[in-house]
Design a binder for this molecule. Structure first.
Ligand SMILES: [Zn+2]
Length: 82
């Protein structure tokens, strides 16, 4: 019963919510402790957070098992992309 739909953002106020982050700077990767940029939500309210490195490492598994994946790695400066 945690699913909520925000219906207050319709209209002129919606633009203000574009940059809302699902992750806090204090959130850390559950694998290595680095700052988390990906939040994976599973059933029963379970959540895992990953840094960009581990999000890429587990991307296939997350896509197959998580109910939702919030990927905020797009906010990272590009550094080690091939
Ligand atoms: Zn990590």
């Amino acid at each position: 019963m945690t699913t909520q739909t925000d219906t207050t953002g319709t209209g002129a106020a919606s633009a203000a919510a574009v940059c809302v982050s699902m992750l806090d700077p204090a959130d850390t990767c559950d694998r290595c402790g680095a700052r988390a940029y990906v939040l994976a939500v599973f059933g029963r309210g379970a959540e895992l957070t990953f840094c960009g490195h581990h999000a890429r490492a587990y991307r296939a598994g997350l896509a197959a098992t998580a109910l939702a994946v919030y990927d905020e790695t797009g906010w990272l400066p590009r550094q080690d992309q091939p």
